[in-house]
Design a protein around this ligand. Structure first.
Ligand SMILES: [Zn+2]
Length: 100
């Protein structure tokens, strides 16, 4: 296997440039000016959240404050590993998809 993350694994499978996971091409997000770069949906959500966090760094207001607090809560949940808990982990992961 090549070390180049852009290497297509197969005709119907591509590799994520970020985490290396594989999926169908229609399940990958491509960068506009660099369509050779594709991210899995999970990494695309992560990149989106990071971009939102950076944009919020320049803003002030109640919505920004609330998003910042939710990010802090998410970090604490992940630090404690609650997102992997067999009882509440699934609910927390689903909730996390809808939070900043
Ligand atoms: Zn990925």
């Amino acid at each position: 296997m090549s070390a180049d993350p852009s290497t297509e694994v197969g005709e119907d499978i591509e590799r994520c440039w970020c985490c290396g996971s594989t999926d169908r091409p229609d399940r990958m997000v491509r960068l506009g000016n660099h369509p050779e770069v594709h991210l899995c949906v999970r990494c695309a959500h992560f990149v989106h959240q990071q971009a939102w966090r950076i944009e919020d760094g320049d803003k002030h207001g109640p919505a920004t404050f609330a998003r910042d607090r939710l990010r802090g809560l998410r970090s604490e949940v992940m630090r404690r590993g609650l997102h992997r808990n067999k009882f509440v982990g699934g609910m927390l992961r689903r909730l996390g998809k809808h939070l900043p």
